[in-house]
Design a protein around this ligand. Structure first.
Ligand code: GLU
Length: 451
């Protein structure tokens, strides 16, 4: 069959839409990757003939299950849990668990699809998966969260394991939830094994995992700047979110001589023109991780700060923007505002925070734009290192892990440049990340034949 006879991008996307009705986020993620892949494989017959992209866009397995739990008032509550095992060509399924009322099958399928490319980019043997539930841990007591996590794991445990599928945290799943989930897993299987990452240091966690995603994103930015003989020193940044990723990105950006002007949560954003320095960040860590407070309290504590109720930070003038909250937080209008305000670098700490239209605006403006699958891969990469440590029964110190993370992010940057350099002074990091991530998984799949 001649290559020209194969399905084109348009027909391919029509098929994806037809097979996944109403799953907008998943369709968006597949579209974003596929346009670059179609151009790359245009003259590569083997990928077409083996239907590689078609197979990657069909999860190996989607597991959906009921999660019953009892709240503190003795009401019986019912939630839906999922694990999407997208692709294990290059390693066990790997990816976080998200507990959020907005979680749907479509959201988890998009995240598992993205994770497959991201994990491939790390260079580690990690497949792609994602899971979670439409459960909102916000405002729940510790006892309620524990009962939910135990019930969730009572089903999930049979689908995971260190050689099969290794979940971790994501939105709504932090230290507390990982502890409850791992405790229940260990209790059921009666084995201590690295079936979950993001664990606390006391029970096999990596000392670098909490910082890894945020620091990694800023290291990626450093690499982008270095590629243009520039640096973070003296630059300003607007950051959204105030979870693990956002706070650690802010910490590293500040440490490297930059100034962070904003952070946000689902209720609103803060704008601190004086900069959110190390001391303020320490206060914020206690607010968010210990007291589970809201970002509005920052404006009450630090004078000169504006609190924007229900607002976002995207109209604040800055050199860099780091969306670290959630998917589709930057649409076309916000993207235009960033470009008009002179933002030169956009680095995604969150997964798919920019809509397809926003991405188009960034690519047209030829910004330094790092998509999440490259920029936030440091988190899952350190999870991969945690898996190695658990298997070997060793624990590596902060310094060693820090060096490994720095090198990993530099390698990912190099891969993006390899496939995304236009030969002039522009690197299309989206294209670079998509092709580099695809190629490794695709070649493994080719080797396996039709399975
Ligand atoms: N949830 C994170 C991500 O989006 C981390 C996953 C992991 O550590 O397995 O990459």
């Amino acid at each position: 069959m001649a290559v020209a006879d194969h399905v084109n991008f348009h027909t391919f996307m029509e098929g994806v839409k037809k097979r996944n009705p109403g799953q907008e986020e998943f369709i968006q993620a597949v579209r974003e990757v596929s346009q670059d892949i179609f151009a790359f494989i245009e003259d590569k017959r083997e990928y077409h003939e083996a239907q590689i992209l078609r197979r990657m866009a069909e999860p190996d397995r989607v597991i959906s299950f009921r999660v019953c739990w009892e709240d503190d008032d003795h009401n019986i509550r019912v939630q839906r849990g999922w694990r999407v095992q997208n692709n294990n060509a290059i390693g066990p399924y790997k990816g976080g668990l998200r507990f959020d009322p907005g979680v749907t099958e479509s959201v988890l399928k998009f995240l598992a699809f993205e994770q497959t490319f991201k994990n491939s980019l790390t260079g580690l043997p990690l497949g792609g998966g994602k899971g979670g539930a439409n459960f909102n841990p916000k405002g729940k007591s510790d006892a309620e969260v524990m009962r939910f996590c135990q019930s969730f794991m009572t089903e999930l445990y049979r689908h995971i394991g260190p050689e099969t599928d290794v979940p971790a945290g994501d939105i709504g799943v932090g230290n507390r939830e990982i502890g409850f989930l791992f405790g229940q897993y260990k209790r059921i299987v009666n084995r201590w094994e690295g079936a979950i990452t993001g664990k606390a240091q006391e029970f096999g966690g990596s000392v670098m995992r909490p910082e890894a995603t945020g620091y990694g994103a800023v290291y990626f930015l450093c690499n982008m700047y270095a590629h243009r003989d520039d640096s973070i020193e003296g630059k300003t940044a607007i950051i959204s979110g105030s979870g693990n990723v956002a706070l650690h990105a802010a910490e590293k950006f500040t440490e490297l001589g930059g100034k962070v002007l904003s952070l946000s949560d689902s209720d609103g954003a803060i704008h601190d023109p004086d900069g959110i320095d190390a001391e303020k960040l320490n206060w914020l860590k206690a607010l968010k991780f210990e007291r589970r407070g809201r970002i509005s309290e920052y404006a009450e504590k630090f004078s000169g700060t504006e609190y924007r109720d229900g607002g976002e930070p995207w109209d604040i003038e800055a050199d860099c923007a780091l969306p670290c909250a959630t998917q589709n937080e930057i649409g076309k209008e916000e993207a235009k505002k960033l470009v008009d305000n002179g933002v030169k670098a956009v680095v995604e700490g969150a997964n798919m925070p920019s809509t397809l239209e926003a991405v188009e605006v960034f690519r047209d403006a030829r910004l330094m734009y790092a998509p999440g699958k490259a920029a936030n891969a440091g988190g899952v990469a350190v999870s991969g290192l945690e898996m190695s440590q658990n298997s070997e029964r060793v624990s590596w110190n902060h310094e060693k892990l820090h060096d490994m993370l720095t090198e990993l992010m530099a390698d990912i940057h190099t891969k993006c440049v390899e496939f995304g350099d236009d030969g002039g002074d522009y690197v299309d990091y989206v294209k670079g990340a998509n092709i580099a991530g695809f190629k490794k998984v695709a070649d493994a799949m080719l080797a396996f034949g039709v399975v």
